[in-house]
Design a binder for this molecule. Structure first.
Ligand code: FES
Length: 264
């Protein structure tokens, strides 16, 4: 789904990542070169690259953390992957900060070099997890397939069991969906050929966001592994999911769409 932090639709986190990925391994190369080729001044360049890399890593972490909290579906395999990605990045930056602190005079020792190498390897592994978050979990992917509409997310709260106005009948075109966060619960509102349907956002396979999926002819498909569900009954039409989706009652009244508010 579309990144939470973006500039005119362009995600910010992936745009900032190349900087720490250039500076920090670059610092390691200069530091190795300073020892290997006996060029002590190269270590000064390595030290400055290290400082720049830490700052760039912290700058990239801010939109990354916001995307984690606001975009990655909770209780999903993607959430676990994103958590590992974030924790490893923090660990890598902490290692580089320690290296900086140990190198007050700017020069390299075997200990700082070993820690720097470990930091770079951690960064590479964590970066590969970040890549999977985009390519497999579709975090930051802004779908533009036919009739998809723009990503929409709205928050509501109301007394449980009571109808709640969650939109207007012509907010969505046929086969378009939007994510409702009702009393903290993620629910998808989908417009079908006849009327509306509402169901849990979390795919019952591994928690992919169905609001980020594709709705066609009364059926919603999860884009993580392809499970398909009937929008009205929640029944599984195609696996790998085995468990049906929870569905919610939706009514239309004088042009408004009403959802019976679930418990908070
Ligand atoms: S998470 Fe696997 S099909 Fe939805």
């Amino acid at each position: 789904m579309k990144s939470f932090v973006h500039v005119k639709g362009h995600p910010v986190h992936p745009a900032l990542i190349p900087f720490p990925f250039a500076f920090l391994p670059g610092a390691l190369l200069f530091d190795v070169g300073s020892l290997w080729l006996a060029r002590p001044l190269w270590a000064i360049t390595g030290y400055h690259l290290l400082q720049l890399g830490i700052l760039a890593g912290l700058a990239a972490a801010v939109p990354g953390a916001l995307d984690f909290f606001r975009r990655v579906p909770p209780n999903s395999s993607g959430r676990n992957r994103a958590l590992r990605h974030g924790v490893l990045n923090v660990a890598a930056i902490a290692m580089f900060v320690i290296v900086c602190a140990l190198r007050r005079n700017g020069f390299v020792t075997p200990t700082t070099l070993a820690l720097e190498l470990l930091g770079v390897l951690t960064l590479f592994y964590s970066g590969s997890l970040g890549g999977v978050l985009v390519t497999r979990n579709l975090i930051s992917v802004d779908h533009r397939h036919a009739n998809a509409g723009k990503w929409r997310e709205e928050r509501f709260s109301g007394p449980p069991g009571q109808p709640l106005v969650v939109g207007h009948a012509d907010d969505l075109k046929e086969d378009q969906m939007k994510l409702l966060i009702v009393n903290g619960q993620r629910i998808v509102l989908a417009r079908l050929k006849r009327g509306f349907a509402a169901f849990d956002d979390g795919c019952t396979h591994r928690g992919g966001s169905l609001a980020d999926g594709v709705c066609i002819a009364g059926c919603v498909q999860c884009l993580w592994h392809g499970s398909q569900f009937d929008c009205t009954t929640g029944e599984v039409r195609n696996g790998p999911a085995k468990k049906k989706l929870r569905v919610y009652e939706v009514k239309q009244y004088q042009g408004d769409v009403l959802l019976v508010s679930p418990p908070g």
